[in-house]
Design a protein around this ligand. Structure first.
Ligand code: NAP
Ligand code: ZN
Ligand code: ZN
Length: 350
């Protein structure tokens, strides 16, 4: 096989529909793993990027995809962590400086040296633009490749590489568990996995969704309670209830209304990344010594810990498997909130 070019789906320009192209992939170096990608999840961040919603300056064409699951097809001579045939995953970044305090602490996503090198839309060590998982193959340094437990099928494992760790990390950091009341705002790709993980950690889980349309699903996924945020009574009934709220919403919300749902000393963690700033009234924090925090994906060791946790608890994403010719339609449906709960591309169709 000629490794120098592989097929992929790319956004050729901001807001243009994705189309099939071929892209270069480097020959695996000494510490590289060549992965035959089997499945790639569609994260809302892919859409924000393909549509340049996070500001100008994106690199186009861009091949999105940072929820990658596949099988090792070849390894460089110095690779010790992975072997041909292993089931592996790649998440949101493929490199970092490895030397700064954050990298040394396993917080590579917050690298202060080179910055984390995104799986797509960044520049790799070889000076070439990185391109993501909507493709048949990818070459990644072995230290940024994760092991997928045998108990998780690869298609439902793929979304764990971003959505899974993005929820696992704040839930673990703020100690969701028995005796803790946790709310997940938004039952989309991130939110639905958050419900599963928070439930498996032993927390009492509430979903705050725009309507009651997904109530049955929420309860099936592990929620103890389900409320509609379109109903003002929700905010009265739940005032001062939660130890932890994780906001996964991709659009602007009235943060103050949600902060009022925290107990004293409670924390609301922002993981949704909307286009525009979110205003906060000081009194929403002052009253009750409440905290507003943010969290971005998770480090390599924590991502492995999350995968192992999901393997032990039999957790994967609820997915709709699609062919590559339906990526543009899937984007429209994600934006319209019409996904239950993650689109995953069967890369054999690329
Ligand atoms: P998604 O599948 O589209 O889910 C977002 C959910 O938010 C929707 O299902 C909907 O839930 C709710 N929502 C959407 N629009 C809303 C509105 N106008 N008002 C209130 N609720 C609304 O997206 P996702 O893939 O889970 O990603 C969610 C966000 O997280 C995106 O901004 C993404 O870029 C970001 N993200 C951040 C990280 C990180 O590391 N921090 C990682 C991955 C993704 P209901 O129907 O239940 O209301
Ligand atoms: Zn993502
Ligand atoms: Zn670093």
């Amino acid at each position: 096989m000629n490794l120098s070019t592989v097929p992929a789906y790319a956004a050729p320009a901001p807001k243009a529909p994705l189309e099939r192209i071929t892209i270069p992939r480097r020959e695996p170096g000494e510490h590289d793993v060549l992965i035959e990608i089997k499945y790639a999840g569609i994260c809302h961040s892919d859409i924000h990027t393909a549509r340049a919603e996070w500001g100008e300056g994106g690199v186009f064409p861009v091949v999105p995809g940072h929820e990658i699951a596949g099988v090792v097809a070849a390894v460089g001579s110095g690779v010790t962590r992975h072997a041909v045939g292993d089931r592996v995953g790649v998440g949101c970044f493929v490199d970092s400086c490895r030397e700064c305090d954050n990298c040394r602490a396993g917080l590579e996503q917050y690298c202060t040296g080179s910055g984390m090198v995104g799986t797509y839309g960044a520049t790799g060590r070889d000076g070439e633009p990185t391109q993501g998982g909507y493709s048949t193959h990818i070459v990644v340094d072995e230290n940024y490749v994760l092991r997928i437990p045998d108990s998780i099928p690869l298609d439902v494992a793929a979304p764990l590489l971003c959505a899974g760790v993005t929820l696992y990390s704040p839930l673990a950091h703020w100690q969701a568990g028995p005796g803790k009341k946790v709310a997940i705002v938004g039952l989309g790709g991130l939110g639905h996995i958050g419900v599963k993980i928070a439930h498996a950690m032993g927390a009492e889980v509430t979903v705050l969704s725009q309507s009651l349309r997904k109530k049955d699903d929420g309860e099936r996924l592990g929620a103890d309670h389900f409320h509609a945020t379109s109903d003002p009574a929700t905010f009265q009934a739940l005032a001062g209830t939660f130890d932890l709220i994780v906001n996964t919403v991709s659009a602007e919300l009235d943060l103050g209304a949600y902060l009022s749902l925290l107990k004293a000393d409670g924390t609301m963690v922002q993981v949704g990344a909307p286009e525009r700033p979110l205003p906060v009234h000081a009194f929403a924090l002052i009253r009750g010594r409440r905290s507003l925090a943010g969290s971005m994906i998770g480090g390599i060791a924590e991502t492995q810990e999350m995968l192992d946790f999901c393997g032990e608890h039999g957790l994967g994403a609820d997915i709709e498997l699609i062919g590559a010719d339906r990526i543009n339609e899937a984007y429209e449906r994600v934006v319209a909130g019409d996904v239950r709960y993650r689109f995953v591309i069967d890369t054999a169709t690329i």
